[in-house]
Design a protein around this ligand. Sequence first.
Ligand SMILES: Cc1ncc(C[n+]2csc(CCOP(=O)(O)OP(=O)(O)O)c2C)c(N)n1
Ligand SMILES: [Mg+2]
Length: 545
Amino acid sequence: MNGAEVIVSALENEGVEQIFGIPGEENLDVVEALRKSSIELVLTRHEQAAAFMAATHGRLTGRAGVCLATLGPGALNLTTGAAYALLGAMPMVMITGQKGILSRKQARFQVVDIVSTMTPLTKMARQIVSPATIPSLVREAFRVAQQERPGPVHLELPEDIAHEPGPDTAPVPPHPIDLPIAPRAALDRAAQLILGAERPLIMLGAAASRPRLAEALSAFVQRLQIPFFNTQMGKGAVTGGSGLYMGTAALSERDYVHRAIDRADLIISIGHDTVEKPPFFMGPDGPTVLHVGYLPATVEEVFFPQAELIGDVGPSLTLLADRLEHKLPRAQALLGLRDDILAHIADRAEESRYPPTPQRIVHDVREAVPEDGIVCLDNGMYKIWFARNYRTHVANTLLLDNALATMGAGLPSAIMAACLNPGRRVLAVCGDGGFMMNSQEMETAVRLKLNLVVLVLQDHAYGMIRWKQATDGFPDFGMTFGDPDFVAYARAYGAKGSRVETADGLAPALEAAFAAGGVHLIVTPVDYSENKRVLVDELRANALT
Ligand SMILES: Cc1ncc(C[n+]2csc(CCOP(=O)(O)OP(=O)(O)O)c2C)c(N)n1
Ligand SMILES: [Mg+2]
């Protein structure tokens, strides 16, 4: 076996089924080994998209997704995806080529120090220097990528090592890992804190969305009956708990959900990751925060928990609930605020106006997407509206990036979600700016014969920045652009395209697109005057009352 065959068999050993990317000549031995393997090579049209897809695979399954690129330019195109996976805690393994390291007939042509480039963007970055080390290095790469806190790992395979015959070493079999559960003393302390609380509130953060946690987390909330809110990336982690849902902290302060947060005397913060925009600001006057997590909390100026429960979150929460069930007469002290908060959030959701408001767009999307359907957002103004207004009932059904918050990941992440869930409805929601950053992947979606709908919200602008510019008192300058004819653009890829022309046109367009199957782009204008009216003026007034 040569180095390339050893690495591909090690990837098969890890259960890898697909690799996303764009090969270069330095990867040709790997491509040949893939051809003879059980792994599918999925070509993308830009390496950045391949990395977003691989990271999303990790996010949705807990098993690292794999992407492949050549040396230099190809590898550099993976860097934004590496940062996306690092900040977003998504397990991913990136494999890149390199010129030979034993001899180099092309001097420094295309040679960039990718291992150094990747070092601050990954949990581990290594150059492979001999075929014999590959089985243990690949096992180590997956172990590191998948263990808490998950993230990306980079392996560089130089072309001569890929070509070189090595010993027929067997891959290292993965072994089951059971994480430690929080110790008894910490559980007792956490239980005392919760028993003593007058107005407790649960917050679900990004790590609450880990795929393996959904059941235990839902059981915890249902057994204790304490109302909960979530951060943007903690959306959807409680099944059947909708009567206790108080809202999503899409903004850091002053939103309606902060009426509950500001009154709570104890916040049980499950899986909060300070990589997210703060869901609230801690201050000297409370509330007390109990951090429950796989790892201790990172202390920040605005987040400094007074108590912690560290260990495998699911089993630890089960033990905590055993100590508290039926013993919390004040569990629902804050629940009375719920109806008012949710009524404010739902305001104007059914109004017929053209162009539609963001609230109406969120409402119509929710109608068209079943509970287990998956909505993947790019980054733009609408992300705040979806985070605030879109109700989720199943874990990981609203995928958004509140960590790197990069534009361009909406379509690739939706492609990955559609690949993994062929029977479920999958929708990408993108702005006209973010969509154009990776719109070439429409070809990938069509080639893969996916069922996927892409909703493009058109304001001919980098709307979010334009909104911030106005909110900060700057004149309107430098944020507008022209768009292609999106319907014709979709058709040029062999996808279907349609445009929303009336106030009530979005819902039927979505339904028709999902029902027809295949890849479909729907473009709708959006009335962003609501950004100022609600998110600035109304919330400012709310803060004064
Ligand atoms: C790669 C990248 N570049 C720039 C930004 C800064 N940024 C955040 S939102 C935004 C505008 C997004 O425009 P669009 O996709 O059209 O969405 P809209 O806000 O107009 O709905 C920009 C430029 C970013 N987050 N990521
Ligand atoms: Mg826009």
